[in-house]
Design a protein around this ligand. Structure first.
Ligand code: ZN
Ligand code: FE
Length: 268
């Protein structure tokens, strides 16, 4: 059963910026294992190798959320070099995957003294998964700060269900998504909810942070509930905006979500 005793409430996580706007995440082991790390969504091996070397870290595990190239590009090379387990979504093709996981599974990482729960979060891709544990959520391209992933393979109803699942996590949950899209997401969010004071206040902070080239991730579930239009499509202000944009009242929750998602696809 529980091979790991004294599960830590919090974990140390290192951000690795890559490409234009990706983040790979290094999850450090607990206590004495802090120099052992798992990497989440390594889209590029060289970025990870450089960080391991410069910080004197040992790679213990690879965690993958979905099959897009910017999330898996470094998996095969890292797995071959270090011979580490690769956890990935059961319903997608992931290179070098050794452990296929989905909703209800637990990812045990004995080398790190950590354990994560797996959620199915389809919408961006059909088999997308997220990892949750120790107060942290690694959600790939499902939930972003101020936004959500594009619906490449899933339906609005699937993505709404996935975001509903994530929004039920404790508000203090730190959300480690895979892209720094916050500033542009908040420009859209402010168009949807120009009367949301918390949103406008946070947008001003993000503008300041990004001007200094500082990251806005991790965010938290509680913050996203206040500012992210895709977690707020059942609220009156967002419903009214969706109705005005579409020129008709959405038939149900999924239809309202679909209107906001399509609106953003064309928003500049
Ligand atoms: Zn993606
Ligand atoms: Fe991505």
């Amino acid at each position: 059963m529980n091979a790991i005793s004294n599960l830590p409430a919090e974990i140390a996580v290192t951000r690795l910026p890559a490409f234009d706007d990706n983040y790979f995440w290094l999850v450090h082991g607990a206590g004495d294992a802090q120099r052992s790390v798992a990497v989440v969504d390594p889209g590029d091996a060289a970025t990870v190798l450089a960080a391991l070397e410069s910080q004197g870290l040992t790679l213990a595990t690879i965690l993958v959320t979905h099959h897009h190239a910017d999330h898996i590009g470094g998996v095969a090379a890292l797995a071959a070099r270090f011979g580490v387990p690769v956890f990935g979504p059961a319903r997608e093709d992931i290179p070098a995957r050794t452990l296929a996981v989905g909703e209800g599974d637990e990812v045990e990482l004995p080398a790190l003294g950590l354990r994560f729960q797996v959620f199915d979060v389809p919408g961006h891709t059909a088999g997308h998964i997220a990892y949750y544990g120790h107060g942290a959520l690694f959600c790939g391209d499902t939930l972003f700060s101020g936004g959500c992933g594009r619906l490449f393979e899933g339906t609005p109803q699937q993505m709404l269900n996935s975001l509903d699942k994530l929004s039920q996590l404790p508000p203090e949950t730190r959300v480690y998504c895979a892209h720094e899209y916050t500033a542009s997401n908040l420009r859209f969010a402010a168009a949807v909810e120009p009367g949301n004071a918390a949103l406008l206040e946070y947008q001003a902070l993000v503008t300041t942070l990004r001007a200094r080239n500082e990251a806005t991730i991790p965010t938290t579930v509680g913050l996203e509930m206040r500012i992210n239009p895709f977690l707020r499509t059942r609220l009156a202000a967002v419903r009214a905006a969706a109705t005005a944009h579409a020129g008709r009242v959405p038939a149900d929750d999924a239809a309202a979500f679909a209107v906001v998602r399509e609106w953003k696809n064309g928003f500049r």
